[in-house]
Design a binder for this molecule. Structure first.
Ligand code: ATP
Length: 228
């Protein structure tokens, strides 16, 4: 079943058009990689889905509902958990308070997110502001999971982090996939991303220019659209 349906959306920043007829779907239990070089519109697409920058035209439906008139918190409540670029936590709350503040009923609780990220369990009483960048990223993911989203969106979740932390985050993403979590993910590390993606959608200058299974993302497509 289609969980998220994005059809022909256009988005603007002032007079400047950032998205032109972008379309993509995420089915239940699927991992979809949203790809493209810097500035091609990935974050803008995510912001449109979350209604943080509402699209000017096109249609977005989530869990069978048209989100066209919704506010960002209403889309979140429908079941979209966003881990934005640059991770956002409450700096003056502890790790545990941050997770509890986000919690909604479901599989993901303080206990289960701590199993996914044991480093967070070790730091449960530490203020979020004092965590390393990688630990803050884990906390951002833990907070999104604690809302028990139908879809989690990860925007550059491993960007700029130490290799050992990146490995922990990739391991967590693989666990989520194995548990059937629907995921829309943006990441530049193709060697990690492609093995877990069920499908890829490539953006070029604000347009969807390619979509398909990762096996079909051959050297030519990678060179043309991803600069690999
Ligand atoms: P990156 O990988 O660098 O994050 P991206 O694919 O996520 O890139 P977007 O951030 O969506 O790309 O940017 C798409 C286009 O919109 C770019 O041309 C960018 O300069 C422009 N843009 C993004 N945010 C704004 C903004 N707040 N105001 C004006 N233009 C913006």
């Amino acid at each position: 079943m289609t969980l998220l349906s994005v059809k022909n959306i256009t988005s603007f920043y002032g007079a400047s058009q950032a998205l032109f007829d972008v379309s993509l779907d995420v089915r239940e239990g699927e991992v979809v990689a949203l790809m493209g070089r810097n500035g091609m519109g990935k974050t803008t697409t995510i912001r449109a889905i979350c209604r943080l920058t509402p699209p000017r035209a096109g249609e977005i439906a989530f869990a069978g509902r048209d989100t066209g008139r919704m506010r960002p918190h209403q889309v979140a409540r429908l079941g979209i958990g966003l881990v934005p670029e640059g991770r956002r936590c409450f700096p003056n709350l502890t790790v545990e308070e941050n997770i509890k503040a986000a919690a909604r009923p479901g599989h993901w609780t303080l206990a289960t997110v701590n199993t996914l990220f044991p480093r967070l369990a070790d730091r449960r009483n530490q203020m979020a502001a004092t965590l390393s960048g990688g630990e803050q990223q884990m906390l951002a993911i833990a907070r999104a999971l604690a809302t028990n989203p139908k879809l989690i969106i990860l925007d550059e979740a491993t960007e700029g982090l130490a290799p050992v932390i990146r490995q922990d985050i990739w391991a967590a993403v693989k666990t989520l996939k194995d548990e059937g979590q629907s995921i829309l993910i943006v990441d530049k590390t193709l060697s990690e991303l492609l093995p877990i993606a069920d499908r890829c959608v490539v953006l070029e200058k604000g347009r969807t220019v390619w979509s398909g299974e990762p096996q079909a993302l051959d050297a030519d497509v990678q060179e043309r659209f991803l600069g690999v």
